[in-house]
Design a protein. Structure first.
Length: 136
């Protein structure tokens, strides 16, 4: 059977392949460039006006030194490390540090419990997708 030029599906296949390639490249580019921030929540106590006391591990202390902001109630707040007390151990195997942060605590009074988010790392969406795909 002879087909007419307008009955040919060759152009439709070419358009489909081009659309699919553009979609795949756009997805890979956008997923690799977008950064997702991972935060770890640490509980603390408001010890004075605009001062919070927290107990952190050595790894969390390193994260505090690398960052300039912490999350309090989902809002970014600038902070300064007032002082750090060494060898404050709460757990048997882990070395803990008692750290006092100068941060704005407008909504809290002394002895209130507060959750502080510390930025661990920035990861891409693509790396999270691959970790999920691997099952871990």
């Amino acid at each position: 059977m002879n087909s007419k030029v307008y009955e040919s599906f060759f152009s439709i296949w070419i358009l489909f392949i081009l659309f699919f390639l553009v979609f795949v490249f756009t997805f890979i580019y956008s997923s690799s460039t977008s950064n997702i921030r991972k935060y770890q929540m640490v509980s603390g106590i408001v010890s004075a006006k605009n001062q919070v006391m927290i107990f952190v591990t050595a790894k969390q202390l390193n994260w505090l030194y690398r960052n300039e902001v912490v999350l309090i109630d989902g809002e970014k707040n600038n902070f300064l490390i007032d002082r750090k007390l060494n060898n404050s151990t709460l757990k048997k195997d882990k070395k803990m540090y008692q750290v006092f942060l100068s941060v704005s605590t407008k909504k809290y009074v002394v002895n209130d419990s507060i959750l502080i988010g510390i930025l661990q790392e920035k990861t891409s969406f693509f790396s999270i997708f691959l970790d999920t795909w691997k099952g871990g």
